[in-house]
Design a protein around this ligand. Structure first.
Ligand SMILES: [Zn+2]
Length: 375
């Protein structure tokens, strides 16, 4: 198949390494995809995102269809050119944001009618339109439209929603224009193993280049999330990539890699960076905390990012407190660097059959460090 291949590398129990080969570049897995919601990874220039080691970014169909519009981006030469990111892009289908951001949504068999959170204008998203938009953007990996039920929900409710998502998955795949990219299905089914497995089998019958696990990190907690992965991932085909959507915290990622996940995306490193939070091997630091005001050491002396090479915790504390733009820029860069360094360490561990040992050491250090309280 042109434009998409997945080569499995080492396997270590459930964990594995691999390479996604896409038209615009290769992605080493396990991979973390920085989120570029509105055609920008907030506070970062694209070349800086690439310098952290990111091979691929995610962009949001919902945001881009509303502003500036998919047809406009297509006329301007596609999303890669528009946002000056020549490497691979994965787009979501818009379903999750429609359910979480828009008002007055009306879900029918045909699709979902909703009002924009920006100006209240009315829009319609069907499986066919979601794929058309992603094709107009020129996305390398396109996601099917699915319904994202709220958590918690009763089993019967999840079952009804799942059935609709599976019919939409079939329509999405039929509408997917094979422009050299890939189409991923999304496993739903809430916290119910029976429904997760049904979803896996229905998606595999349709056939996708990759399989995402959706509907997690919505408030079910880490142990329930890991239970769902243990009930789901072993049923997925070995030779296709597996993507855990919207996850997550560093310890979630480590646990999910141990359970066989290959790809992740999350706003956490970027959003936290704008809120004065920095991730480190010793846990998360809140640079607002007064204990950093006189500290001349960097966030992490082993980190190669500009924030750690050239600035002290005291300076970062100052610019965070003063609301300076450079605080968001430096802390976002550091956090994206940390997430990519974590993925590199996980790939290294998996290739040496040491994932479980790495995970145990990582968690001990990460949870035992001098983590600042949230604030
Ligand atoms: Zn750093």
């Amino acid at each position: 198949m042109s434009g998409f291949a997945f080569e499995l590398g080492s396997t270590d129990q459930a964990a594995r390494t691999g390479v996604l080969r896409l038209k615009r570049g290769s992605v080493l897995t396990p991979a973390f995809m920085p989120v570029g919601t509105a055609a920008t990874v907030k506070a970062m220039q694209p070349e800086s995102v690439a310098k952290t080691g990111a091979d691929i970014v995610l962009a949001n169909t919902y945001h881009l269809m509303l502003r500036p519009g998919a047809e406009r981006i297509a006329k301007l030469g596609g999303l890669h050119k528009f946002m000056n990111w020549p490497w691979p892009i994965l787009t979501d289908s818009g379903g999750y944001q429609v359910m979480s951001l828009s008002s007055l949504r009306d879900i029918t068999e045909e699709g979902v009618r909703f009002r924009s959170h920006i100006d209240g204008s009315e829009h319609f998203l069907s499986p066919e339109r979601a794929m058309e938009i992603q094709c107009l953007l020129g996305s390398d990996i396109q996601m099917v439209l699915d319904e994202c039920p709220a958590y918690p929900a009763a089993e019967a409710e999840i079952e009804t929603s799942l059935a609709l998502s599976m019919r939409w998955a079939k329509r999405s795949k039929a509408a997917f224009a094979r422009s050299g990219g890939a189409c991923f299905g999304i496993v739903q089914g809430g916290v119910y193993p029976r429904l997760r497995q049904r979803s896996v089998h229905e998606l595999m019958a349709i056939g996708f280049e990759g399989y995402a696990v959706g509907g997690l990190a919505v408030g079910e907690g880490q142990s329930a999330m890991f239970d769902v992965l243990e009930a789901t991932v072993p049923h997925l085909p070995r030779d296709h990539p597996r993507y855990l959507m919207g996850v997550g915290k560093p310890d979630d990622i480590v646990g999910a890699v141990l359970r066989g996940i290959d790809m992740f995306d999350c706003v956490l490193p970027t959003r936290s960076g704008r809120n004065g939070q920095a991730f480190s091997w010793e846990g998360a630091l809140n640079l607002r905390n007064a204990r950093h005001a006189d500290d001349s050491s960097p966030i992490d002396p082993s980190c190669t990012c500009p924030a750690c090479r050239s600035y002290s915790r005291a300076y970062l504390h100052h610019v965070v407190k003063a609301g300076e733009i450079i605080a968001s820029m430096l802390l976002t860069w550091h956090n994206l660097q940390f997430f990519q360094d974590l993925m590199r360490a996980l790939r290294e561990a998996a290739s040496h059959g040491m994932t479980a040992e790495f995970a145990a050491q990582f968690l001990k250090r990460y949870r035992g460090g001098g983590t600042d309280p949230e604030g």
